[in-house]
Design a protein around this ligand. Structure first.
Ligand code: HEM
Length: 572
């Protein structure tokens, strides 16, 4: 089809990638491309609603009325948070499994069936949301019962989740075959991370099937009523579980891309693997932070899950946050690219959009998404964040500035090394990550500010002029909304630029020969020859960065407690 799936494979169906050195089988590459392309279509579609939703929240424009707003918000959330992400994550599983292990994709028919089922589920969900009519309501992301949504919506969600399960089977089968053939071998770190992602995905999907199955049974009147509190607990197994898949898949992408384009060499794989295992045990318990304001669960349950248990996962993130930059620093110093404190960073390939996207994702996820996640996941501070636009700011920092930006970097990598296409405009491709991440960071910060400083609620059409039925005015937030609106527009433009470059390059980019991709490999090749073991090189630049991160964390933490104390005047 349009030559999109062609490459020069040997008689055995394999080819050697000139950048990663991996032996890639045609069957794997074909499906990585298929899932990645489908993800990009979902990004394009969901991105249209980023425009309509943002231009509604910016009341100066006030694009949509309440009836349409919730439909558009639901389409925005499902196409971006679920379809863009999960199609891409299946591609990541195939990269982390058969591609990294140099194997064929087993059970190819299942990959095909899984893709078809996921597409059918996604279409059903979109159709159900578009055609929702009273008494059914647009589901938003959460489809909280007892708010009724079209039964087709729950059916579509179930079909999509079943499709994702089928699509993941060839990945699990690959690991099974690999371990059977090499029982004493250790999986490469990227495959190991992908395996942990896969297990977390299974947990999330099981939760999703139960939650949506329960709601579906209620909507088709198989059962007479639904327990709203139980539904919320079940829902968050998939609602937050899918965010854990995004997080772990993103970290796998960080390890992979910083190594192949940045020259990173992981200093202690054991430590990084331990961090992945910590996720396995603790990360899902963090889902409880969505229920911090729920009356149905006990305070002890909330505190245990969101504090003691969840810090196991936070600790894992902090390990990765040290291990990845330390790997870049030590790997680049080993190559002689690291004079001074930050020479390893300043000499890095900042014009390469694969590298810059990955680094922006790491920094912005950590500083904006990670810190705010720990703050708002705490029982007391949650009171000032809950259901305000600050929450929306937090998760745009994680899923947009973190995961979406990382996945954009991965898409650029796939275009160059798998579609073997030159960018239609290398200059625009170099600028795009700066433009998108920069504009989206400001838009995200504004969402946090209007939420935390003024308490502006999320999921409403009109807020600044009045809150219907009250005298309470939020007009003071209007200037910040103007900044938000402008930067949201710029961010959307940055997203359009990504889509034009990605789709344009795949369709019209010059076909590359293997040698044409040499500019992607780090100076000195993928593995620096000779030299001392990587852990003997200095990592003081990373240590300083970690101290800056700690400083930002402490300041934000104290500031949030200060703001809370202003609301909650004990003894006044
Ligand atoms: C330029 C890019 C984007 C802009 C300007 C934007 C803007 C917004 C705004 C203003 C809202 C809040 C509406 C409200 O609560 O009243 C929102 C909600 C949301 N956005 Fe985005 N967004 C963008 C990209 C994304 C991406 C890439 C994702 C996912 C990967 C995403 C996921 C969501 C989700 C899940 C919601 C919440 C839906 C709900 O409350 O049910 N957004 N977005």
């Amino acid at each position: 089809m349009l030559g999109l799936f062609d490459n020069d494979y040997g008689a055995d169906g394999f080819r050697k990638c000139s950048v990663t050195g991996l032996q890639i089988h045609e069957s794997v590459e074909k499906y990585v491309k298929l899932f990645a392309l489908t993800a990009i279509v979902a990004l394009l579609y969901g991105g249209i609603f980023a425009f309509t939703v943002a231009m509604t929240r910016w009341e100066v424009v006030g694009l949509l009325g309440p009836g349409d707003f919730y439909t558009h918000l639901s389409l925005h959330a499902w196409n971006l948070l679920i379809f863009w992400m999960i199609f891409m994550e299946i591609a990541i599983l195939y990269v982390g499994g058969p591609m990294v292990l140099g194997r064929k994709l087993p059970l190819e028919r299942l990959a095909q069936l899984g893709w078809g089922t996921m597409v059918a589920g996604a279409l059903l969900v979109n159709y159900a949301i578009w055609t929702t009519s009273a008494p059914d309501q647009a589901p938003l992301l959460t489809s909280y019962a007892p708010l009724p949504s079209d039964p087709l919506f729950y059916g579509g969600a179930i079909v999509f989740l079943l499709g994702a399960t089928i699509s993941a089977l060839p990945f699990f089968a690959t690991l099974w075959f690999e371990k059977r053939e090499n029982p004493d071998g250790t999986l490469p770190l990227v495959s190991f991370g992908a395996f942990v992602t896969g297990i977390i995905a299974v947990e999330a999907i099981v939760g999703g099937l139960v939650a949506f199955g329960y709601a579906f049974a209620w909507r088709i009147e198989l059962i007479g009523s639904i327990d709203a509190a139980l539904y919320r607990q079940l829902y968050w197994i998939v609602g937050h579980g899918s965010q854990q898949i995004n997080l772990v898949a993103m970290i796998v992408v960080w390890y992979f891309l910083t190594h192949v384009v940045g020259g990173a060499e992981i200093v202690s794989e054991k430590v990084s693997r331990t961090a992945f295992i910590l996720y396995l045990f603790f990360i899902n318990l963090g889902a409880a932070h969505h229920l911090l304001s729920d009356p149905a669960v006990s305070t002890g349950w909330r505190i245990f899950n969101t504090s003691y248990a969840f810090y196991g996962a936070t600790f894992a993130s902090l390990i990765h946050a040290f291990a990845i930059p330390a790997g870049i620093e030590a790997g680049r110093r080993k190559r002689g690219l690291g004079g001074g404190l930050f020479g390893w960073l300043t000499s890095a390939p900042w014009k390469n959009p694969v590298f810059s996207s990955t680094i922006f994702s790491i920094i912005l996820f950590g500083f904006l998404g990670g810190i705010t996640g720990v703050l708002m996941g705490q029982l007391q501070l949650n009171m000032t964040w809950h259901n305000t636009l600050a929450t929306v700011g937090h998760f745009h920092a994680t899923v947009v500035l973190g995961t979406t930006v990382a996945f954009m970097g991965l898409s650029y990598f796939v275009i160059r090394t798998m579609f073997m296409r030159a960018f239609i405009s290398p200059k625009l491709a170099s600028i795009q990550p700066y433009f998108y991440a920069g504009a989206m960071s400001i838009a995200t910060l504004m969402l946090m500010y209007v939420g935390i400083l003024y308490g502006v609620p999320r999921r409403t059409v009109e807020v600044v002029e009045n809150i219907p039925g009250t005298d309470f005015s939020l007009a003071a937030a209007a200037p910040l909304f103007n900044v938000f609106g402008l930067f949201a527009l710029l961010a959307i433009l940055g997203g359009v630029l990504f889509l034009v470059i990605a789709v344009g390059s795949v369709l019209f980019g010059r076909k590359l020969e293997p040698g044409d991709n040499d500019d992607l490999t780090p100076d000195g090749g993928l593995y620096a020859d000779g030299g001392d073991p990587v852990h003997t090189y200095e990592m003081r630049g990373t240590f300083v960065l970690c101290l800056i991160f700690l400083g930002a964390f402490v300041i934000t933490y104290v500031l949030n407690w200060y703001l809370l104390s202003q609301l909650w005047q004990i003894g006044a």
